[in-house]
Write a protein that binds this ligand. Sequence first.
Ligand code: NAP
Length: 249
Amino acid sequence: MKNLDTRIVVITGGSKGIGRSVAYKFAEEKARIILAHNDADDSASQETLDNLAHKGVEADAHRVDVSSFGAVDLLFKEIFSKFERVDVLINNAGITRDTLLMRMNEEDWDSVLNVNLKGVFNCTRAVVRSMIKERRGRIVNISSVVGQIGNAGQANYSASKAGIIGFTKTAAKELAGRSITVNGVAPGFIDTEMTAVLSEKVKESFLRQIPSGRMGKPEEVAEAVYWLCSDAASYVTGQIIHVNGGMYM
Ligand code: NAP
């Protein structure tokens, strides 16, 4: 008999930043958490796992590049053989390769589209059959405010994040009849390693665009993600929730 009370939650990019905060949020319900990350240095994922263990939560981390269809397929085969299902998929892994269009090369474009957008397809594709069979499931895709408003120097990134919005709405339409919801969360300017590398000038220009007058915290994004995966949001699908301090309304 399956234990449906403990949700099986897969979080890509769960080793740090927003993904880590999402993992800590799911730890509150004692979900079974599976993290995926790509860096050979696994110190961040180990720290996340240690903190989850401290909270009494069973979790493991896998090194997998979400842009590889084959590697993702293998990971999910392993997950299904162990847990038989996935209840929640958080497509959060993402990278930036910022530069103005004039200087953007093919590799800058391909790597960002492959990780940020193809990665969402790869992971979603890997779970849908099982979710359809189970007639339940929650998928949350992490987009970005720049997928809506664009941003100089981020043609690749904003295209990938806009693509996620179209993908989310389409998947939501295809899967709603099977009690599977698919939503997006579009964070604004959030305090993580991704934004720590930006120059002070760029940070100041972002801050000037935020009515709340501050960066967001990863935990503030995690709250929205978690709510979308709760029973309270059972009739919410195909939506993009903006968590951005008013940066885009
Ligand atoms: P982060 O701190 O840089 O974390 C990124 C995560 O993605 C890490 O766990 C990283 O693991 C993983 N990752 C990167 N490439 C991967 C790959 N090929 N395969 C598997 N995992 C991979 O970034 P963050 O700020 O938390 O961002 C999380 C998500 O939110 C991203 O999709 C990002 O685009 C989006 N977002 C962030 C902001 C912001 O202001 N921070 C705003 C809007 C949207 P490894 O390091 O081990 O590869």
